[in-house]
Design a protein around this ligand. Sequence first.
Ligand code: GLN
Length: 518
Amino acid sequence: MTELFRCSAEELARRVRSGSLSAREVVAAHLRRTEAVEPRIHAYLWLDPEGALRRADELDRRLAAGEDPGPLAGVPVAIKDNLALADAPMTCASRILEGYTAPNHAAAVERLLDAGAVVLGKTNLDELGMGSSCEYSAYGPTHNPWALERSPGGSSGGSAAAVAAGSVPLALGSDTGGSVRQPAAWCGLVGLKPTYGRVSRWGLVAFASSLDQVGPLGRCVRDVALALEVMAGPDDRDARSETPSSTTGSAGEDFLRGLEDGIDGRRFGVIRELPLSQGTAGQGSASTPGEPLDPQGEKIWRHNLAQLEALGAEVVDVSVPAVNAALAIYHVLANSEASSNLARFDGVRYGGRRPESREAGGGQGESLEELYLRSRSEGLGREVQRRILLGTFALSAGYREAYYERAQRVAALLRQQMEAALEMVDFLVSPTTATAPFPLGSRTDEPLAMYLADRFTCPASLAGLPAVAVPAGSDDAGLPRSLHLVGRRFGEAELLSAARAFETQVGWEVRPALADAA
Ligand code: GLN
Protein backbone atom coordinates (compact mmCIF):
# COMPACT_ATOMS: atom_id res chain seq x y z
CA MET A 1 0.00 0.00 0.00
CA THR A 2 1.22 3.48 -0.83
CA GLU A 3 2.44 5.37 2.19
CA LEU A 4 -0.08 8.02 3.08
CA PHE A 5 2.35 10.93 2.72
CA ARG A 6 2.64 10.11 -0.97
CA CYS A 7 -1.10 10.37 -1.60
CA SER A 8 -2.83 13.34 -3.16
CA ALA A 9 -5.14 15.54 -1.11
CA GLU A 10 -8.02 14.41 -3.27
CA GLU A 11 -7.38 10.74 -2.53
CA LEU A 12 -6.89 11.29 1.19
CA ALA A 13 -10.17 13.20 1.48
CA ARG A 14 -11.99 10.60 -0.56
CA ARG A 15 -10.79 7.79 1.69
CA VAL A 16 -11.53 9.69 4.89
CA ARG A 17 -15.02 10.58 3.69
CA SER A 18 -15.75 6.99 2.68
CA GLY A 19 -14.62 5.74 6.07
CA SER A 20 -11.77 3.56 4.79
CA LEU A 21 -9.24 5.73 6.61
CA SER A 22 -9.48 7.85 9.73
CA ALA A 23 -8.43 11.49 9.84
CA ARG A 24 -6.16 10.52 12.74
CA GLU A 25 -4.30 7.95 10.62
CA VAL A 26 -3.78 10.53 7.90
CA VAL A 27 -2.59 13.23 10.24
CA ALA A 28 -0.36 10.91 12.27
CA ALA A 29 1.32 9.65 9.09
CA HIS A 30 2.03 13.19 7.95
CA LEU A 31 3.36 14.18 11.36
CA ARG A 32 5.76 11.23 11.25
CA ARG A 33 6.89 12.26 7.80
CA THR A 34 7.30 15.85 8.96
CA GLU A 35 9.44 14.72 11.87
CA ALA A 36 11.68 12.82 9.44
CA VAL A 37 12.15 15.63 6.91
CA GLU A 38 11.83 18.87 8.84
CA PRO A 39 15.33 18.81 10.41
CA ARG A 40 16.73 18.77 6.88
CA ILE A 41 14.51 21.36 5.22
CA HIS A 42 13.30 23.79 7.92
CA ALA A 43 9.99 24.45 6.20
CA TYR A 44 8.12 25.49 9.35
CA LEU A 45 8.26 28.39 11.77
CA TRP A 46 5.65 26.78 14.00
CA LEU A 47 4.36 23.21 14.16
CA ASP A 48 1.30 22.09 16.04
CA PRO A 49 1.26 18.28 16.28
CA GLU A 50 -1.06 18.14 19.31
CA GLY A 51 -3.53 20.60 17.86
CA ALA A 52 -3.54 18.72 14.55
CA LEU A 53 -4.25 15.38 16.25
CA ARG A 54 -7.02 16.95 18.36
CA ARG A 55 -8.60 18.35 15.26
CA ALA A 56 -8.30 14.97 13.48
CA ASP A 57 -10.08 13.27 16.39
CA GLU A 58 -12.84 15.84 16.25
CA LEU A 59 -13.27 15.18 12.52
CA ASP A 60 -13.38 11.44 13.17
CA ARG A 61 -16.11 11.96 15.75
CA ARG A 62 -18.12 14.01 13.29
CA LEU A 63 -17.64 11.34 10.61
CA ALA A 64 -18.73 8.65 13.04
CA ALA A 65 -21.87 10.68 13.70
CA GLY A 66 -22.67 10.60 9.99
CA GLU A 67 -21.50 14.13 9.21
CA ASP A 68 -19.43 14.97 6.12
CA PRO A 69 -16.68 17.45 7.02
CA GLY A 70 -16.24 18.46 3.36
CA PRO A 71 -14.01 18.06 0.32
CA LEU A 72 -10.78 18.36 2.31
CA ALA A 73 -11.81 16.02 5.13
CA GLY A 74 -8.74 15.10 7.13
CA VAL A 75 -6.29 16.64 4.62
CA PRO A 76 -3.16 18.02 6.33
CA VAL A 77 -2.26 21.51 5.15
CA ALA A 78 0.47 24.04 5.89
CA ILE A 79 -0.09 27.79 5.95
CA LYS A 80 2.41 30.48 5.00
CA ASP A 81 3.14 32.52 8.09
CA ASN A 82 1.71 35.74 6.68
CA LEU A 83 -1.80 34.27 6.77
CA ALA A 84 -3.59 34.36 10.08
CA LEU A 85 -4.53 31.21 11.96
CA ALA A 86 -6.50 32.08 15.09
CA ASP A 87 -4.58 31.75 18.35
CA ALA A 88 -1.37 30.76 16.59
CA PRO A 89 1.77 32.85 16.39
CA MET A 90 2.29 34.83 13.19
CA THR A 91 5.66 36.48 12.58
CA CYS A 92 5.78 36.74 8.77
CA ALA A 93 9.39 35.60 9.37
CA SER A 94 10.12 39.04 10.81
CA ARG A 95 11.60 39.92 14.19
CA ILE A 96 9.17 42.80 14.44
CA LEU A 97 6.22 40.43 14.90
CA GLU A 98 7.94 38.12 17.37
CA GLY A 99 5.41 37.14 20.03
CA TYR A 100 2.37 38.22 18.03
CA THR A 101 -0.65 35.89 18.14
CA ALA A 102 -3.32 36.15 15.45
CA PRO A 103 -6.82 36.89 16.78
CA ASN A 104 -8.72 35.16 13.96
CA HIS A 105 -8.44 33.05 10.84
CA ALA A 106 -7.65 34.55 7.46
CA ALA A 107 -10.59 34.05 5.11
CA ALA A 108 -8.70 31.54 2.95
CA VAL A 109 -7.65 29.54 6.01
CA GLU A 110 -11.18 29.60 7.36
CA ARG A 111 -12.47 28.14 4.10
CA LEU A 112 -9.94 25.31 4.18
CA LEU A 113 -10.93 24.53 7.76
CA ASP A 114 -14.62 24.66 6.89
CA ALA A 115 -13.90 22.06 4.20
CA GLY A 116 -12.34 19.69 6.76
CA ALA A 117 -8.61 20.47 6.41
CA VAL A 118 -6.19 20.04 9.32
CA VAL A 119 -3.45 22.66 9.77
CA LEU A 120 -0.09 21.15 10.73
CA GLY A 121 1.76 24.43 11.07
CA LYS A 122 2.88 27.81 9.73
CA THR A 123 5.61 27.94 7.13
CA ASN A 124 8.74 29.96 6.52
CA LEU A 125 8.97 32.83 4.03
CA ASP A 126 11.12 35.73 3.04
CA GLU A 127 10.42 38.38 5.66
CA LEU A 128 6.95 39.86 5.02
CA GLY A 129 6.87 38.18 1.60
CA MET A 130 9.80 40.14 0.19
CA GLY A 131 12.25 37.92 -1.61
CA SER A 132 12.67 35.03 -4.01
CA SER A 133 14.73 32.51 -2.07
CA CYS A 134 13.40 32.21 1.49
CA GLU A 135 16.81 33.45 2.66
CA TYR A 136 15.46 36.78 3.88
CA SER A 137 13.63 35.03 6.71
CA ALA A 138 14.73 36.30 10.12
CA TYR A 139 14.65 32.69 11.30
CA GLY A 140 17.02 31.05 8.81
CA PRO A 141 16.45 29.75 5.29
CA THR A 142 14.41 26.78 4.11
CA HIS A 143 16.22 24.14 2.06
CA ASN A 144 15.01 22.76 -1.27
CA PRO A 145 13.97 19.13 -0.70
CA TRP A 146 15.27 18.17 -4.18
CA ALA A 147 18.73 19.59 -3.47
CA LEU A 148 19.27 20.57 0.13
CA GLU A 149 22.03 23.10 -0.51
CA ARG A 150 19.77 25.02 -2.88
CA SER A 151 17.00 27.55 -2.36
CA PRO A 152 13.38 26.37 -2.47
CA GLY A 153 12.44 29.73 -4.00
CA GLY A 154 10.45 32.44 -2.32
CA SER A 155 8.77 33.98 -0.78
CA SER A 156 6.48 30.99 -0.11
CA GLY A 157 9.53 28.70 0.14
CA GLY A 158 8.46 27.01 3.37
CA SER A 159 5.06 26.04 1.95
CA ALA A 160 6.71 24.74 -1.23
CA ALA A 161 9.31 22.71 0.66
CA ALA A 162 6.68 21.23 2.99
CA VAL A 163 4.61 19.98 0.04
CA ALA A 164 7.62 18.78 -1.97
CA ALA A 165 8.95 16.78 0.99
CA GLY A 166 5.61 15.10 1.69
CA SER A 167 4.94 16.82 5.00
CA VAL A 168 1.56 17.91 3.59
CA PRO A 169 -0.09 17.39 0.20
CA LEU A 170 -1.31 20.98 0.04
CA ALA A 171 -0.18 24.36 1.34
CA LEU A 172 -1.14 28.00 1.07
CA GLY A 173 1.16 30.71 -0.10
CA SER A 174 0.72 34.30 -1.17
CA ASP A 175 1.82 35.72 -4.49
CA THR A 176 2.53 39.39 -5.12
CA GLY A 177 4.95 39.09 -8.02
CA GLY A 178 5.62 35.36 -8.18
CA SER A 179 5.83 34.08 -4.61
CA VAL A 180 3.64 31.02 -5.15
CA ARG A 181 4.69 30.19 -8.71
CA GLN A 182 8.47 30.60 -8.44
CA PRO A 183 8.86 28.37 -5.34
CA ALA A 184 6.42 25.89 -6.91
CA ALA A 185 8.70 25.85 -9.95
CA TRP A 186 11.83 25.27 -7.93
CA CYS A 187 10.28 22.53 -5.81
CA GLY A 188 8.67 20.61 -8.69
CA LEU A 189 5.12 21.57 -7.75
CA VAL A 190 1.98 23.08 -9.17
CA GLY A 191 1.43 26.61 -7.88
CA LEU A 192 -1.48 28.88 -8.77
CA LYS A 193 -1.88 32.61 -8.49
CA PRO A 194 -5.60 33.18 -8.95
CA THR A 195 -7.12 36.18 -10.72
CA TYR A 196 -6.79 39.26 -8.53
CA GLY A 197 -9.99 39.31 -6.47
CA ARG A 198 -10.76 35.61 -6.82
CA VAL A 199 -9.65 34.66 -3.29
CA SER A 200 -10.20 36.93 -0.31
CA ARG A 201 -7.08 38.60 1.07
CA TRP A 202 -8.69 39.18 4.43
CA GLY A 203 -6.25 38.04 7.14
CA LEU A 204 -3.25 38.13 4.79
CA VAL A 205 -0.59 40.55 6.02
CA ALA A 206 -0.48 43.07 3.20
CA PHE A 207 2.68 43.52 1.16
CA ALA A 208 1.40 45.28 -1.98
CA SER A 209 -2.37 45.36 -1.77
CA SER A 210 -3.07 45.90 -5.46
CA LEU A 211 -1.13 42.74 -6.35
CA ASP A 212 -1.39 40.32 -3.38
CA GLN A 213 -3.30 37.09 -3.93
CA VAL A 214 -3.50 33.93 -1.85
CA GLY A 215 -2.72 30.79 -3.83
CA PRO A 216 -2.40 27.04 -3.32
CA LEU A 217 0.63 24.79 -3.88
CA GLY A 218 0.25 21.07 -4.48
CA ARG A 219 1.98 18.12 -6.11
CA CYS A 220 -0.63 17.82 -8.86
CA VAL A 221 -3.07 20.05 -10.72
CA ARG A 222 -6.15 18.27 -9.38
CA ASP A 223 -5.20 19.11 -5.78
CA VAL A 224 -4.62 22.74 -6.65
CA ALA A 225 -8.00 22.89 -8.41
CA LEU A 226 -9.63 21.35 -5.36
CA ALA A 227 -8.05 23.94 -3.06
CA LEU A 228 -9.11 26.78 -5.33
CA GLU A 229 -12.64 25.50 -5.42
CA VAL A 230 -12.74 25.59 -1.64
CA MET A 231 -11.15 29.05 -1.30
CA ALA A 232 -12.61 30.99 -4.22
CA GLY A 233 -15.58 33.26 -3.94
CA PRO A 234 -16.67 36.65 -2.73
CA ASP A 235 -16.00 37.89 0.79
CA ASP A 236 -17.40 41.11 2.21
CA ARG A 237 -14.26 41.61 4.29
CA ASP A 238 -12.09 42.12 1.19
CA ALA A 239 -13.26 45.14 -0.77
CA ARG A 240 -11.54 43.88 -3.91
CA SER A 241 -12.96 40.38 -3.81
CA GLU A 242 -15.10 39.74 -6.86
CA THR A 243 -17.16 37.07 -8.50
CA PRO A 244 -17.00 36.69 -12.24
CA SER A 245 -20.30 37.70 -13.77
CA SER A 246 -20.63 34.32 -15.49
CA THR A 247 -21.06 32.46 -12.22
CA THR A 248 -23.94 32.83 -9.88
CA GLY A 249 -24.35 32.17 -6.21
CA SER A 250 -21.65 31.95 -3.59
CA ALA A 251 -20.98 28.29 -4.29
CA GLY A 252 -18.78 29.48 -7.16
CA GLU A 253 -17.37 27.37 -9.95
CA ASP A 254 -16.57 23.71 -10.16
CA PHE A 255 -12.88 23.70 -11.09
CA LEU A 256 -12.60 19.93 -11.19
CA ARG A 257 -15.39 19.27 -13.65
CA GLY A 258 -13.73 20.23 -16.94
CA LEU A 259 -10.22 19.45 -15.76
CA GLU A 260 -9.64 16.45 -18.02
CA ASP A 261 -10.98 18.10 -21.17
CA GLY A 262 -7.59 18.47 -22.86
CA ILE A 263 -6.22 21.27 -25.02
CA ASP A 264 -6.89 20.07 -28.53
CA GLY A 265 -7.20 23.16 -30.72
CA ARG A 266 -6.24 25.61 -27.97
CA ARG A 267 -3.85 28.42 -28.84
CA PHE A 268 -0.79 29.17 -26.74
CA GLY A 269 0.99 32.49 -27.25
CA VAL A 270 4.74 32.90 -26.77
CA ILE A 271 5.59 36.53 -26.08
CA ARG A 272 8.05 37.49 -28.77
CA GLU A 273 9.75 40.14 -26.65
CA LEU A 274 10.75 37.77 -23.82
CA PRO A 275 14.37 36.59 -23.84
CA LEU A 276 13.59 32.93 -24.36
CA SER A 277 16.57 31.72 -26.27
CA GLN A 278 20.22 31.93 -25.42
CA GLY A 279 22.07 34.99 -26.45
CA THR A 280 18.95 37.01 -27.11
CA ALA A 281 18.17 39.66 -24.59
CA GLY A 282 14.61 39.69 -25.92
CA GLN A 283 13.52 42.13 -28.57
CA GLY A 284 13.09 45.61 -27.25
CA SER A 285 14.30 44.54 -23.85
CA ALA A 286 16.59 47.45 -23.21
CA SER A 287 14.85 48.27 -19.96
CA THR A 288 15.48 44.96 -18.20
CA PRO A 289 18.91 43.48 -17.84
CA GLY A 290 19.23 39.83 -17.12
CA GLU A 291 20.10 36.37 -18.04
CA PRO A 292 18.46 34.49 -20.86
CA LEU A 293 17.42 30.89 -20.28
CA ASP A 294 20.31 28.64 -19.41
CA PRO A 295 21.10 25.93 -22.02
CA GLN A 296 19.24 23.19 -20.13
CA GLY A 297 16.31 25.48 -19.52
CA GLU A 298 16.12 26.34 -23.18
CA LYS A 299 16.23 22.70 -24.22
CA ILE A 300 13.41 21.78 -21.85
CA TRP A 301 11.39 24.84 -22.90
CA ARG A 302 11.63 23.86 -26.59
CA HIS A 303 10.59 20.34 -25.68
CA ASN A 304 7.65 21.68 -23.64
CA LEU A 305 6.34 23.56 -26.67
CA ALA A 306 6.53 20.35 -28.69
CA GLN A 307 4.65 18.59 -25.89
CA LEU A 308 1.85 21.16 -26.08
CA GLU A 309 1.67 20.64 -29.84
CA ALA A 310 1.55 16.89 -29.34
CA LEU A 311 -1.59 17.48 -27.30
CA GLY A 312 -3.20 19.16 -30.29
CA ALA A 313 -2.48 22.73 -29.24
CA GLU A 314 -1.20 25.43 -31.53
CA VAL A 315 1.79 27.53 -30.46
CA VAL A 316 1.97 31.03 -31.95
CA ASP A 317 3.92 34.23 -31.44
CA VAL A 318 2.27 37.20 -29.80
CA SER A 319 3.54 40.67 -29.02
CA VAL A 320 3.48 42.31 -25.60
CA PRO A 321 6.01 45.13 -26.04
CA ALA A 322 5.77 46.35 -22.43
CA VAL A 323 6.61 42.95 -20.98
CA ASN A 324 10.26 43.67 -20.28
CA ALA A 325 9.40 46.74 -18.27
CA ALA A 326 7.34 44.59 -15.91
CA LEU A 327 10.04 43.89 -13.35
CA ALA A 328 10.95 47.56 -13.04
CA ILE A 329 7.32 48.63 -12.72
CA TYR A 330 6.66 45.86 -10.26
CA HIS A 331 9.41 47.06 -7.96
CA VAL A 332 8.28 50.68 -8.05
CA LEU A 333 4.63 49.81 -7.37
CA ALA A 334 5.18 46.96 -4.90
CA ASN A 335 7.72 48.92 -2.87
CA SER A 336 5.54 52.03 -2.84
CA GLU A 337 2.58 50.08 -1.52
CA ALA A 338 4.79 48.20 0.93
CA SER A 339 6.22 51.41 2.36
CA SER A 340 2.71 52.53 3.13
CA ASN A 341 1.40 49.14 4.33
CA LEU A 342 4.36 48.57 6.63
CA ALA A 343 4.07 51.96 8.33
CA ARG A 344 1.88 50.30 10.93
CA PHE A 345 4.82 48.20 12.19
CA ASP A 346 6.22 50.92 14.36
CA GLY A 347 6.48 49.34 17.79
CA VAL A 348 3.32 51.14 18.92
CA ARG A 349 0.44 50.07 16.70
CA TYR A 350 1.99 46.77 15.65
CA GLY A 351 5.31 45.13 16.25
CA GLY A 352 7.71 44.74 19.11
CA ARG A 353 8.69 47.98 20.82
CA ARG A 354 12.41 48.39 21.16
CA PRO A 355 13.06 51.19 23.63
CA GLU A 356 16.58 52.24 24.48
CA SER A 357 18.22 49.79 26.86
CA ARG A 358 18.07 50.54 30.59
CA GLU A 359 21.79 51.11 30.78
CA ALA A 360 21.47 53.81 28.19
CA GLY A 361 18.75 55.59 30.09
CA GLY A 362 15.83 53.14 29.85
CA GLY A 363 14.15 54.92 27.00
CA GLN A 364 13.34 57.94 29.13
CA GLY A 365 13.62 61.08 27.16
CA GLU A 366 13.47 59.12 23.94
CA SER A 367 11.15 60.82 21.50
CA LEU A 368 8.39 58.97 19.67
CA GLU A 369 10.39 59.42 16.49
CA GLU A 370 13.39 57.72 18.10
CA LEU A 371 11.19 54.90 19.39
CA TYR A 372 9.79 54.27 15.89
CA LEU A 373 13.25 54.41 14.40
CA ARG A 374 14.75 52.01 16.89
CA SER A 375 11.85 49.55 16.68
CA ARG A 376 11.88 49.52 12.90
CA SER A 377 15.67 49.45 12.55
CA GLU A 378 16.01 46.54 14.94
CA GLY A 379 12.80 44.73 14.03
CA LEU A 380 12.95 44.79 10.24
CA GLY A 381 15.61 43.10 8.12
CA ARG A 382 17.83 44.76 5.53
CA GLU A 383 15.81 43.76 2.48
CA VAL A 384 12.57 45.05 4.00
CA GLN A 385 14.27 48.30 4.95
CA ARG A 386 15.66 48.63 1.44
CA ARG A 387 12.15 48.23 0.01
CA ILE A 388 10.64 50.74 2.42
CA LEU A 389 13.32 53.28 1.49
CA LEU A 390 12.83 52.74 -2.24
CA GLY A 391 9.06 52.88 -1.91
CA THR A 392 9.12 56.01 0.23
CA PHE A 393 11.41 57.63 -2.29
CA ALA A 394 9.15 56.71 -5.21
CA LEU A 395 6.18 58.28 -3.43
CA SER A 396 7.92 61.38 -2.16
CA ALA A 397 7.06 64.89 -3.33
CA GLY A 398 8.77 65.67 -6.59
CA TYR A 399 9.39 62.03 -7.51
CA ARG A 400 5.90 60.64 -7.33
CA GLU A 401 5.08 61.74 -10.85
CA ALA A 402 8.38 60.46 -12.26
CA TYR A 403 8.26 57.03 -10.64
CA TYR A 404 5.01 55.92 -9.05
CA GLU A 405 2.57 57.51 -11.44
CA ARG A 406 4.64 56.64 -14.45
CA ALA A 407 4.90 53.02 -13.31
CA GLN A 408 1.13 52.94 -12.94
CA ARG A 409 0.69 54.18 -16.48
CA VAL A 410 3.05 51.55 -17.88
CA ALA A 411 1.31 48.88 -15.80
CA ALA A 412 -2.00 49.88 -17.38
CA LEU A 413 -0.40 49.61 -20.80
CA LEU A 414 1.01 46.18 -19.99
CA ARG A 415 -2.40 45.03 -18.79
CA GLN A 416 -4.01 46.21 -22.04
CA GLN A 417 -1.36 44.52 -24.14
CA MET A 418 -1.67 41.22 -22.28
CA GLU A 419 -5.44 41.28 -22.51
CA ALA A 420 -5.24 42.07 -26.23
CA ALA A 421 -2.85 39.14 -26.69
CA LEU A 422 -5.29 36.92 -24.83
CA GLU A 423 -7.93 37.78 -27.39
CA MET A 424 -5.73 36.17 -30.06
CA VAL A 425 -4.74 33.14 -27.98
CA ASP A 426 -6.18 31.18 -25.06
CA PHE A 427 -3.04 31.26 -22.89
CA LEU A 428 0.34 32.93 -22.68
CA VAL A 429 3.17 30.51 -22.11
CA SER A 430 6.78 30.81 -20.93
CA PRO A 431 9.14 29.05 -18.56
CA THR A 432 8.36 29.99 -14.94
CA THR A 433 11.96 30.96 -14.20
CA ALA A 434 15.07 31.49 -16.30
CA THR A 435 17.22 29.22 -14.15
CA ALA A 436 17.14 26.19 -11.90
CA PRO A 437 17.11 26.82 -8.12
CA PHE A 438 20.31 28.60 -7.18
CA PRO A 439 22.59 27.54 -4.31
CA LEU A 440 21.71 29.10 -0.96
CA GLY A 441 23.88 32.13 -0.30
CA SER A 442 24.70 32.77 -3.95
CA ARG A 443 22.50 35.83 -4.45
CA THR A 444 21.82 37.30 -1.05
CA ASP A 445 24.28 40.14 -1.65
CA GLU A 446 22.98 40.88 -5.11
CA PRO A 447 19.45 42.19 -4.82
CA LEU A 448 19.12 42.89 -8.54
CA ALA A 449 20.12 39.35 -9.46
CA MET A 450 17.63 38.10 -6.89
CA TYR A 451 14.83 40.23 -8.35
CA LEU A 452 15.33 38.61 -11.77
CA ALA A 453 13.85 35.38 -10.42
CA ASP A 454 10.41 36.97 -10.95
CA ARG A 455 10.85 38.33 -14.43
CA PHE A 456 8.50 35.80 -16.04
CA THR A 457 5.96 35.75 -13.23
CA CYS A 458 5.42 39.43 -12.40
CA PRO A 459 3.69 40.46 -15.67
CA ALA A 460 0.60 38.37 -14.76
CA SER A 461 0.61 39.94 -11.29
CA LEU A 462 0.59 43.45 -12.71
CA ALA A 463 -2.20 42.50 -15.11
CA GLY A 464 -4.22 40.80 -12.34
CA LEU A 465 -4.48 37.66 -14.48
CA PRO A 466 -4.51 34.06 -13.23
CA ALA A 467 -1.27 32.14 -13.76
CA VAL A 468 -0.01 28.70 -12.91
CA ALA A 469 3.39 27.02 -12.66
CA VAL A 470 3.41 23.36 -13.72
CA PRO A 471 6.30 20.89 -13.48
CA ALA A 472 7.96 20.63 -16.88
CA GLY A 473 10.42 17.82 -16.19
CA SER A 474 13.85 17.88 -14.64
CA ASP A 475 17.25 18.83 -16.01
CA ASP A 476 20.42 16.71 -16.12
CA ALA A 477 21.17 17.62 -12.52
CA GLY A 478 17.76 16.30 -11.47
CA LEU A 479 16.49 19.80 -10.65
CA PRO A 480 12.86 20.57 -11.44
CA ARG A 481 11.94 22.89 -14.32
CA SER A 482 8.60 24.51 -14.78
CA LEU A 483 6.19 25.87 -17.37
CA HIS A 484 4.21 29.06 -16.73
CA LEU A 485 0.73 29.55 -18.17
CA VAL A 486 -1.28 32.76 -17.96
CA GLY A 487 -5.03 32.71 -18.56
CA ARG A 488 -7.82 35.19 -19.07
CA ARG A 489 -9.33 37.09 -16.19
CA PHE A 490 -11.35 34.61 -14.11
CA GLY A 491 -10.32 31.90 -16.59
CA GLU A 492 -8.96 29.55 -13.93
CA ALA A 493 -11.10 26.62 -15.07
CA GLU A 494 -9.58 26.67 -18.57
CA LEU A 495 -6.13 27.50 -17.21
CA LEU A 496 -6.14 24.55 -14.84
CA SER A 497 -7.39 22.17 -17.49
CA ALA A 498 -4.51 23.26 -19.74
CA ALA A 499 -2.11 22.73 -16.84
CA ARG A 500 -3.62 19.31 -16.23
CA ALA A 501 -3.21 18.26 -19.88
CA PHE A 502 0.40 19.40 -19.86
CA GLU A 503 1.08 17.65 -16.56
CA THR A 504 -0.20 14.37 -18.00
CA GLN A 505 1.98 14.78 -21.06
CA VAL A 506 5.12 15.50 -19.03
CA GLY A 507 4.46 12.57 -16.76
CA TRP A 508 6.14 14.22 -13.77
CA GLU A 509 5.38 11.79 -10.99
CA VAL A 510 3.35 13.01 -8.07
CA ARG A 511 6.01 12.06 -5.61
CA PRO A 512 7.63 13.69 -2.64
CA ALA A 513 11.36 14.41 -2.63
CA LEU A 514 13.74 13.05 0.03
CA ALA A 515 12.90 9.43 -0.74
CA ASP A 516 15.55 8.25 1.73
CA ALA A 517 13.77 9.92 4.65
CA ALA A 518 10.72 7.66 4.36
N1 GLN B 1 9.98 37.80 -5.22
C1 GLN B 1 9.15 38.96 -5.40
C2 GLN B 1 9.61 40.05 -4.49
O1 GLN B 1 10.62 39.90 -3.93
C3 GLN B 1 7.73 38.60 -5.22
C4 GLN B 1 7.37 38.43 -3.81
C5 GLN B 1 5.96 37.99 -3.64
O2 GLN B 1 5.29 37.61 -4.60
N2 GLN B 1 5.48 38.09 -2.40
O3 GLN B 1 8.99 41.04 -4.35
